[in-house]
Ligand binder design. Structure first.
Ligand SMILES: [Zn+2]
Length: 193
């Protein structure tokens, strides 16, 4: 694991953790609307440009991962499909689709929390960021607040399965609306993302 590099006490590491906390807040927004809790934040020059959270079910859009939502919002704001000098913070290791989008956007750096052993494309299944034949290279930092990011996902799936006493593990989402009347079915964790 790469937690060591992310667990530093330096100013940069502290900033990374602060941004990841914002991404975790976004992940909670996803949970609040019945989506798998993954959140993302786009940052430029130390300032948050845009946020996004996972919402493929509610939007009927298989591309509506947190990263894509945040990239779209940032690109819209800058009126530019290239997000030069921007960094993306995301609570879960990007999939192949998002890794592609990140590189197309020319992001400088991607910082992720938990590893995704099922679809992770930053080292877990494949490492597209290390593929020398691709023409842009985004720097990757792994494992920032990995435990918190992973715990959110674990709690979500435990609640969906009715496990852990069937209690309400939902962090802040309990009082928020459900998935807008959509009957969300969860058959398998891997099928959700
Ligand atoms: Zn993705």
């Amino acid at each position: 694991m790469a937690e060591d590099e992310a667990a530093g006490s330096g100013e940069a590491a502290q900033f990374d953790r602060a941004m990841m906390r914002l991404a975790i807040d976004q992940a909670r927004n996803a949970w609040a609307v019945g989506e798998v809790p993954v959140g993302a934040v786009v940052v430029r020059e130390g300032r948050v440009l845009a946020t996004g959270y996972n919402q493929p079910i509610g939007t009927h859009d298989p591309t509506a991962h947190a990263e894509i939502c945040a990239l779209r919002a940032a690109s819209d704001l800058l009126a530019n499909y290239r997000l030069v000098d921007c960094d993306l913070y995301v609570t879960l290791e990007p999939c192949a689709m998002c890794a592609g989008a990140i590189m197309h956007a020319r992001l400088r750096r991607v910082v992720y929390g938990a590893r995704d052993p099922k679809t992770g494309a930053a080292g877990s299944i494949v490492d597209l960021f290390a593929e020398a034949r691709l023409n842009h290279h985004t720097e990757v930092t792994a494992g920032v607040l990995a435990d918190e990011c992973g715990e959110l996902l674990s709690s979500f799936f435990a609640e969906r399965r009715g496990g852990r006493g069937g209690g309400d593990a939902r962090p802040e989402a309990a009082a928020l609306p459900d998935a807008g009347g959509i009957d969300v079915r969860f058959d398998d964790e891997a099928a959700q993302r």
